[in-house]
Design a protein around this ligand. Structure first.
Ligand code: TXA
Ligand code: MG
Length: 315
C-alpha cells in the first residue's frame, strides 16, 4: 500500500533508488520515475497499463537542465520565459547526447518537456538532480487525479507505487497545454490552461490545431477514448433524467436529476477546470445510470474542458 506523505527527502530517496513516486503538480498528480533509468520508466508503463507507444512528459526544475536533452529554439525560450514554471509542455527536438530513456519518448526523435510550478515538486526535482518522466497518476485511459487520495484510490494495491507526496488539491485541475515546436507551424497537441489566444497575443503565432484521431501516433494521448468514467457520460444536457447524475455549470440548473454537483455556480471556467476531474469521480457511481453534463462555453479555458469532456463521453 503506498504511503501518503509530505516527506520530500523520502521522495528523493525513492527516485534515486529507481522507484516510482506520485508527485503533486499545479495541473494534476503525476507518477514520477528517473527519466534516465529504463527500469523505472518501464515500471511507469506497467503501473498505468499504458501502451508503450504513448510517450511521457519529462519534468525539470529549471530550463538550464533541459539543454542537455533538447534543442531550445528561440520560440521555446520566449514561451518558457512567459509560462514556466507553469502548465505548459513543449515538444522539442531531442539531442543526440540526451540520456533520457528511449522508452520514455517511445523512440521518437522529439521530447516533451515542462517545468511544473508546484513548490514541493520543484524542491524534489532540484534535490534529485535528474529529470523525471511523469504521466498523470491514473490507470491509462481513466480520469486524471487532482488529489493524493485519488492517486491512492487507483493504486492502493500496487507494489510498484510505494509513495505519494501530498501537496493538496491541484489548482489548475486539467493537464498542461502541449505545443509541438518541431513542425513548420507550431501545433496545439492538447489544449489546457494556457490558451491558443494567449500564445497568439505573446508571439503572434496562430497555432495549428491537432485533429483528433483514433490512431495518430504523434500525440497518442489525444486518442479519442480517454478519461473514461465507469458509467456513461453524456454532453450538452439541458434536461437531465431522474436516474442521471448532473454535472452542472453556472447559476441556472435544470431540475430532475437524481443528484447534481456544480463545476462553478458563478460560471467561472477556472473554477470549473479545477473541479472537473474530482467531480466526475464523485458522480461516477453505479447508483446513477449515467452522468449528464451541462453545456460549457467554448471560449478560453472552456476549449480544454470541452476537449476532456468529449473524450470522456459516449458517442
Ligand atoms: O499536466 C501534465 O502535463 C501532467 C503532469 C503530471 O505534468 N502530465 C500529463 O502526462 O498529462 P500524460 O502522460 O498524461 O500526457 C502526456 C501527453 C500524451 O498525450 C503524450 O502523447 C504526449 O504528452 N507526448 C509526450 N511526448 C510527446 C512527444 N515527444 N511528441 C508528442 N506528444 C508527446
Ligand atoms: Mg494522462
Amino acid at each position: 500500500m503506498p504511503e501518503i506523505s509530505t516527506d520530500l527527502d523520502l521522495a528523493v530517496h525513492y527516485l534515486k533508488d529507481g522507484a516510482l513516486v506520485a508527485l503533486p503538480t499545479e495541473t494534476v498528480y503525476g507518477v514520477a520515475g528517473d527519466a534516465t533509468n529504463d527500469k523505472a520508466v518501464a515500471n511507469i508503463f506497467a503501473l498505468k497499463k499504458r501502451p508503450e507507444f504513448n510517450p511521457l512528459i519529462i519534468h525539470y526544475p529549471h530550463i538550464t537542465f533541459m539543454n542537455q536533452d533538447v534543442e531550445i529554439t528561440e520560440l521555446a525560450k520566449k514561451l518558457a520565459n512567459a509560462f514556466w514554471p507553469g502548465p505548459l509542455t513543449l515538444v522539442l527536438p531531442r539531442r543526440q547526447e540526451s540520456k533520457i530513456s528511449f522508452l520514455a519518448s517511445a523512440g521518437l526523435d522529439t521530447l516533451a518537456v515542462r517545468i511544473p510550478s508546484h513548490p514541493m515538486t520543484l524542491q524534489i526535482l532540484r534535490n534529485f538532480g535528474k529529470p523525471v518522466a511523469a504521466p498523470s497518476a491514473n490507470p491509462s485511459s481513466k480520469v486524471s487525479p487532482t488529489s493524493a487520495q485519488h492517486v491512492f484510490d487507483s493504486f492502493k494495491n500496487n507494489p510498484l507505487l510505494p509513495l505519494i507526496i501530498d501537496g493538496g488539491a491541484c489548482h489548475v485541475g486539467i493537464e498542461s497545454t502541449i505545443i509541438d515546436l518541431t513542425v513548420p507551424i507550431p501545433k496545439l497537441l492538447r489544449p489546457g490552461k494556457i490558451t491558443a489566444e494567449e500564445i497568439k497575443n505573446l508571439t503572434g503565432i496562430v497555432l495549428e490545431n491537432q485533429s483528433h484521431s483514433k490512431s495518430n501516433p504523434k500525440a497518442p494521448g489525444q486518442l479519442k477514448i480517454h478519461y473514461a468514467p465507469h458509467i456513461p457520460l453524456y454532453l450538452n444536457c439541458t434536461a437531465p433524467k431522474k436516474d442521471q447524475a448532473l454535472l452542472a455549470f453556472g447559476p441556472h440548473i435544470p431540475k430532475g436529476a437524481a443528484y447534481s454537483l456544480n463545476l462553478s455556480p458563478s460560471g467561472n471556467l477556472n473554477e470549473a477546470a479545477t473541479n472537473l476531474f474530482a467531480m466526475i469521480r464523485l458522480l461516477d457511481n453505479d447508483r446513477y445510470a449515467s452522468i449528464a453534463v451541462m453545456p460549457i462555453p467554448k471560449e478560453g479555458l472552456g476549449h480544454a474542458i470541452n476537449d476532456r469532456l468529449k473524450r470522456a463521453a459516449q458517442e
